[in-house]
Design a protein around this ligand. Structure first.
Ligand code: GAL
Length: 384
């Protein structure tokens, strides 16, 4: 009888322990870089109807199946505060809770936007002085992601971001905290310590209009930040311009490859309801996404550079390496990866991740002709 009772107690304790462990697992946010859609770029507008349509399209196009999960409302959703000081949406968002519920009903997560300043970048109401109240509002709506954009913020950035991070934690709801302060004051060096799951490392990628130059300028300057990234906390060189007017397919493959090698968030802003088959294929290539989502969470870095030609490498959890051969020139050029430079053994088996075919075993180096503004992305497995 005594043994039987002890058995019951141990079983109950075991179940409690298991549920605590499961809860802890559930609340571990952004163990791999977040993937989703954000409504900010000029080709998309904001509003309840549009957000619902993008959520529908994320599912029907196969983007969700490929791993994209966040539907994020960016700036311009706020009106002001009610008499109790609660932050209220404007007329384009008649019922934010109902919108969040709709996004959740699709099996997706919902992101929102605010600022540590009094005003957001577009001049709407910010969270300054209302951090706890706004965090509670977001949690009550069911928000899963907060982009917190410095804009009119002033004073101590570290304290301002910590204030909202702690407010979010007090709500008890797991909310991904995305710092957006353009990499000022080396945001990457303290982002994780204030509870940031991602932090922008640059000013807006499309600051001067949407073009390959923006992708190249922002993406290729990320080298050196790799030691600040890892599971739960990622460098964020801003969103994907894939599917936007002015970006061709080679340029789109360049951004997708580079952002995956960089273990960056994959947040696209193109209109998912009207994507070309090529755009969809680039955004959803499973062999490229796997590099971004690799569980080791190691951010890649540049291993070789010669004028407009660059070679980047990302070590993967299975011991293999993802390799990007980039050509920033305006004409096709041969690009060579030396296996020694890439930290690979002399004999390497290669797979082309965009062509999705095995290339065979190579010794010492590999050369490919890379299109203008394009990339050849490889998985390299050492042969011992
Ligand atoms: C910028 C931010 C952009 C976008 C915009 C909205 O500061 O970097 O990503 O959120 O504000 O007004």
């Amino acid at each position: 009888m005594k043994l039987y009772a002890t058995g019951i107690i141990l079983t109950v304790l075991g179940i409690c322990r298991l549920s605590t462990m499961l809860l802890a697992q559930e609340t571990r946010i952004a163990q791999t870089p977040p993937m989703g859609w954000s409504g900010f770029f000029p080709s998309t507008k904001s509003g309840d109807e549009l957000i619902r349509a993008e959520a529908d399209a994320m599912v029907s196009t196969g983007m969700k199946a490929a791993g994209y999960e966040y539907i994020n409302v960016d700036d311009c959703w706020e009106s002001g505060r009610d008499s109790f000081g609660n932050l209220c949406p404007n007329g384009r968002y008649p019922d934010m809770k109902a919108l969040v519920d709709y996004v959740h009903s699709k099996g997706l997560k919902f992101g929102i936007y605010s600022s540590p300043g009094r005003k957001t970048c577009a001049g709407f109401e910010g969270s300054f002085g209302h951090e706890d109240q706004d965090a509670e509002t977001f949690a009550a709506w069911g928000v899963d992601f907060l982009k917190y954009d410095w804009c009119s913020g002033s004073g101590d950035q570290v304290a301002a971001y910590r204030r909202m991070s702690e407010a979010l934690k007090r709500t008890g709801r797991p909310i991904l905290f995305a710092l957006c302060q353009y990499g000022r004051e080396r945001g990457w060096a303290w982002g994780a310590s204030v509870g940031g799951n991602t932090w922008r490392t640059t000013s807006d990628i499309a600051l001067n209009g949407i073009s390959y130059d923006d992708i190249a300028l922002v993406g290729f300057e990320q080298n050196g930040l790799e030691r600040f990234a890892g599971p739960g906390h990622w460098n964020d060189p801003d969103g994907l311009l894939i599917g936007q007017p002015g970006i061709n397919d080679d340029e789109a493959r360049t951004q997708m490859s580079l952002w995956c090698l960089l273990a960056s968030p994959l947040i696209t802003s193109n209109d998912l309801t009207q994507m070309s088959p090529e755009t969809l294929a680039i955004l959803t290539n499973p062999e490229v996404i796997v590099v971004n989502q690799d569980r080791a969470g190691i951010q890649g870095h540049r291993v070789a550079e010669e004028g407009p030609l660059e070679v980047w490498v990302k070590p993967l959890a299975d011991g293999s390496k993802a390799v990007g051969l980039f050509n920033r020139e305006g004409a096709p050029l041969p690009v060579t990866v030396s296996f020694c430079d890439a930290g690979l053994p002399a004999s390497v088996q290669l797979r082309d991740l965009w062509a999705r075919k095995d290339l065979g075993v190579f010794q010492e180096s590999f050369t490919a002709t890379v299109p203008r503004h394009g990339v050849v992305m490889l998985k390299a497995t050492g042969q011992f």
